[in-house]
Design a protein around this ligand. Structure first.
Ligand code: FEO
Length: 391
């Protein structure tokens, strides 16, 4: 991995972590990820924007060496999470006298996480500028993407916005700029779904701030650089909008085939009603794809067998995650099979209580669906479809 030039005097010096397969011990990374770090050379001062995961500090140092960097005046920390801040202590050892530039809230978090001393910091506020000589860094507070302290740094003369996680994509790629837009779109949507979706309202406000700048390039700290910022700004506008699509997600598990048969019958009926149906067998599905489907869906159908009197644990896990992600779902239906009764519906509602959704139907079937159950499933599909088409 080598330093890569964005424009004269601005280079990406971070890491492509191709073989990382999980983030936060939770999020699947089918395409790896990157920790982008950017060096900006002014006529008088040099600034590094964000660092890399501490497991890869050596790569960042090699890249800086390849550019013959002897002095760094400022290390800008847009976000305190360790995949971007974790190398700061080692960089402060190598580049003595460098100041960590960040906002007051991030400073506190960096001190808690990395045990940095007070004197290494230069704290800045919304709209403040730092002159590098012929180049100016302007700090734009973009809180809650996805932590409270997050900010972006705008390189005024070049129109480059260093946005850290905001607009990011977990995608390791040899392409510095977006040249495979469909792949990047999917990776950015997956990233939005898993990290940003709970903060949709804050992100809307931050998007307006970004749109007010004369941005020519967006350089996030995960994934390729957007040299056409409209590409990712319009994708974000769609994802954070209040609009939902004519889509129903079915999250299900089946042990002996009864719940699967209910799902198949419901799927067919919903398709007949003109609904796009996205089923996820939670035993085999990538939970990231499930999260992506929730970005646009109007309705969720929860389908579970009854295990030891309640929801299947894999369904319970998916519902717990769904509640955390706070998608813009309008309605939920709960279906499933049972042998001798249980608490499944109550448990599902309890797990989803953080969501403001309308429960539009419940259908629990004893054993394998019988002929007379077909009508109930058809009826439920019509109700779900009606709500979906109305929303
Ligand atoms: Fe990429 Fe929130 O860290």
């Amino acid at each position: 991995m080598a330093a890569r030039r964005l424009v004269e005097g601005v280079y990406e010096v971070g890491v492509q972590h191709f073989d990382r397969r999980e983030f936060d011990e939770l999020i699947p990374l089918p395409d790896g990820t990157s920790y982008n770090s950017y060096i900006v050379f002014g006529e008088e001062k040099t600034a590094l924007i964000d660092t890399v995961d501490p497991s890869k500090t050596h790569v960042l140092l090699e890249n800086l060496q390849s550019l013959n960097v002897k002095k760094i005046d400022y290390i800008v920390s847009n976000h305190a999470e360790q995949d971007h801040s974790g190398s700061i202590p080692m960089l402060l050892d190598v580049f003595e006298g460098a100041k960590v530039v960040t906002n007051e809230k991030a400073k506190g978090m960096l001190q808690d996480l990395l045990h940095l001393s007070d004197e290494v910091f230069l704290t800045i506020k919304e709209g403040e500028e730092l002159k590098l000589g012929g180049r100016t860094l302007k700090f734009i507070m973009t809180p809650w993407v996805h932590w409270p302290e997050t900010m972006s740094t705008f390189l005024v003369e070049d129109g480059i916005l260093f946005s850290c996680d905001f607009f990011g994509a977990h995608l390791a790629s040899s392409e510095l700029f977006v040249r495979s837009p469909e792949k990047v779109y999917d990776a950015a949507k997956r990233y939005y779904a898993e990290i940003m979706m709970p903060f949709r309202v804050s992100i809307k406000k931050n998007l307006e701030k970004v749109k007010a700048l004369d941005v020519k390039m967006i350089a996030p700290s995960h994934g390729p650089v957007y040299d056409d910022p409209k590409f990712i700004i319009s994708a974000y506008e769609e994802w954070v909008s209040d609009e939902v699509k004519n889509q129903v997600v079915i999250a299900y598990v089946s042990m002996h085939g009864s719940t699967e048969r209910i799902v198949e019958m419901l799927y067919d009926e919903l398709v007949k009603e003109g609904i796009e149906v996205l089923p996820f067998n939670l035993s085999v599905s990538d939970i990231g794809e499930y999260a992506m489907a929730l970005v646009d869906a109007s309705a969720l159908v929860v389908a579970s067998p009854t295990v030891l009197g309640g929801l299947h644990p894999k369904v319970a896990y998916a519902l717990s995650l769904t509640a955390m992600l706070r998608p813009k779902l309008k309605s939920v239906a709960i279906v499933g099979s049972f042998g001798w009764g249980g608490m499944m519906v109550r448990q599902a509602k309890e797990l989803l209580k953080a969501l403001r959704v309308e429960y539009v139907g419940e259908l629990l079937i004893k054993g394998l669906p019988k002929d007379e159950d077909a009508g109930k499933i058809r009826e439920l599909a019509k109700v779900i479809a009606g709500k979906t088409l109305d929303s």
